[in-house]
Design a protein around this ligand. Structure first.
Ligand code: ARG
Length: 565
């Protein structure tokens, strides 16, 4: 039941104006006391050639008999304010939530459409650092949101598993490494070797040649080189698998840069055939001057391919394999130019699906607490951050609720939830500064606050378990506190759609937070269980619906909602 549509239809019938025009004019007043919808009549003054207050009066007069879902209409200056019949509204929404349950807010609008999401996309033998948290968390949330709307999400971890650095790494390993140290130290050991290579190469420049030679061997498929390269890759993937498990993040494909080794030639040929390849000091480029961008480098003068060459080949592969409706890249804004350039190249090649690709950019992450960053060079390992936030939430549990069962899992849910929530608590393009104490605060706008509200609602329901069944009296939910909760619940499906539309999981974060706040106000102001069994039954339905919607919302963000905290 869409009230905005109903109201605009009614107004169209009375005024003879276009329904869509009216629908786009209807506003939601900032304060519920001013009504549920408002029509700013000054916007009609021009077409109707009358003063706004006159228009308001006339429309109001034409509405002498109201439909049962509309309780009253008030004139306030040039505005017409509409008040819904609250009890009926409440009943409709709660009915809807009850019938849809876990699927409340879902839809099938994406049926039959594939959305490819490129996220996390880590680099082999490099630390999974704090900067990868945003791409991982935003991508994973969008994955869930699109699936919830009926699309088929395809999650791809486009591994950075190609480049001369792997030749250097093999050189370093052959010189100074040993099997057991690398096995035990994993990415950190590989990073040490890599750092050592660069230190040593300053003194002994021939090391660079050795590195290049090893990379050539990887390219040629030399057995020893490939074995080492594959081992480094396995080590990295094994280590990040632990992080993905804790974050509850999944991928359908790990096809990364090396996967496109044998898939670039057809694209290069097509560029050439279409006359787009230009020679530039022996290198091959696509000139983008006309589009005010530097040229897109396709082949180096020695014939080597580049990051963009691989992304081009990859886009064609994804189009062929998934026939995507959208192909989205959740990558830091530092790579803006890269994506703009090669998206343009696909467009210049004449492929209309170029418009279906988007760079979903996001800002930088840093730590407010400098200690974490100094311990191990400048890189902040995500693993360390996760460990420390889980430890902190574990000690918070000991402090607040030492008797809790399942402490380890709950500490993980809270710690990880806090991290994800704060990553998704602003428009994605904004930079984030992590302050572990603040994001774990149970009172602010934080993950734990929302999780706690959910657990609180469930605890009310547990307490009410022995209440006799009664017919709910929805007029008990017309007070501002209850009605505010219901309205937020009613807007939830729309919020999900907008989050998908703008690739902004943060819309959902903001909404579940508002819902948690409204619920807490209701919880503090209103006695939920009282002698009036019918009113109590209605209030319990509200509690149940609020808990459910918070849980669905958190779930779409990738945050668990523990039953007890
Ligand atoms: N591995 C790259 C990085 O860490 C991100 C790759 C993003 N995906 C892509 N298809 N270019 O910077």
């Amino acid at each position: 039941m869409n009230y905005k549509e109903q109201l605009s239809a009614l107004l169209s019938e009375k005024t003879g104006l276009e329904q869509s025009q009216l629908a786009s004019m209807l506003e939601v007043p900032p304060d519920m006391a001013m009504g549920d919808f408002a029509l700013p009549c000054f916007k009609l003054a021009k077409t109707m050639r009358k003063a706004p207050s006159m228009i308001a009066q006339e429309i109001s007069a034409s509405l002498s008999e109201l439909p049962d879902w509309l309780e009253r209409v008030e004139i306030a200056g040039g505005y017409l304010n509409f008040f819904l019949s609250r009890a009926q509204f409440v009943q409709n929404i709660l009915q809807e939530v009850k019938s849809k349950q876990d699927r409340y807010g879902s839809s099938d609008e994406g049926q039959g459409r594939n959305i490819v999401l490129d996220y996390s996309s880590i680099n082999i033998a490099k630390p999974f650092h704090i900067g990868h948290l945003s791409t991982t968390v935003i991508g994973s949330s969008l994955y869930k949101i699109f699936n919830f709307l009926g699309y088929n999400s395809v999650g791809v971890n486009h591994l950075g598993d190609w480049g001369t650095q792997f030749g250097k790494l093999i050189t370093a390993y052959k010189r100074w490494g040993d099997h057991d140290t690398v096995e035990a130290g994993s990415i950190r050991a590989l990073l040490d070797l890599y750092v050592k290579f660069h230190d040593e190469a300053e003194k002994e420049p021939s090391l660079e040649d050795e590195g290049r030679a090893w990379f050539k061997k990887i390219e040629d498929g030399d057995e020893e080189a490939m074995a080492l390269f594959t081992w480094f890759k396995d080590l990295t993937l094994r280590e990040v698998a632990k992080i993905y498990e804790i974050l509850d993040v999944h991928f359908d494909s790990y096809a990364g840069e090396s996967f496109y080794n044998d898939k670039m030639q057809p694209v290069i040929d097509e560029l050439d055939a279409k006359g787009l390849l230009k020679d530039s000091d022996g290198a091959k480029v696509v000139d983008l001057e006309e589009h005010n961008m530097p040229p897109c480098l396709i082949l180096k003068s020695d014939g080597a391919t580049l990051y963009a060459t691989r992304d081009l080949a990859c886009a064609f592969y994804r189009k062929k394999t998934y026939d995507f409706y959208k192909n989205l890249y959740v990558v830091a804004y530092q790579q803006n130019l890269h994506f703009k350039q090669w998206f343009k190249v696909v467009e210049m090649m004449g492929h209309e699906w170029a418009k279906d690709m988007e760079h979903v950019a996001f800002g930088m992450v840093s730590m407010a607490d400098g200690t974490l960053s100094t311990r191990k060079g400048r890189v902040i390992f995500l693993e360390d951050v996760i460990k420390s936030v889980i430890e902190k939430s574990r000690s918070l549990i000991e402090e607040k609720n030492a008797g809790l069962e399942n402490k380890d899992q709950t500490a993980q849910d809270i710690g990880v939830g806090a991290l994800i929530y704060s990553t998704l608590s602003n428009s994605r393009i904004k930079d984030i500064v992590f302050d572990l104490d603040r994001i774990l605060n149970f009172d602010g706008e934080t993950g734990p606050y929302v999780q706690y509200t959910h657990a609180r609602a469930l605890s009310v329901l547990r307490k009410a378990a022995d209440q006799p069944a009664a017919q709910p009296d929805y007029s008990a939910l017309t007070c501002p506190q209850a009605f505010a909760v219901i309205k937020l619940i009613s807007e939830f499906p729309d919020v999900i759609r907008r989050a998908a539309d703008k690739y902004e999981p943060f819309f959902i974060t903001r909404h579940v937070t508002a819902l948690a706040q409204a619920f807490n106000k209701f919880y503090y102001d209103i006695r939920i269980l009282d002698n009036d069994a019918n009113a109590t039954a209605a209030r319990l339905e509200l509690v149940q619906a609020a808990a459910l919607v918070i849980r669905i919302g958190l779930g779409l963000l990738g945050i668990h909602a523990p039953e007890r905290m």
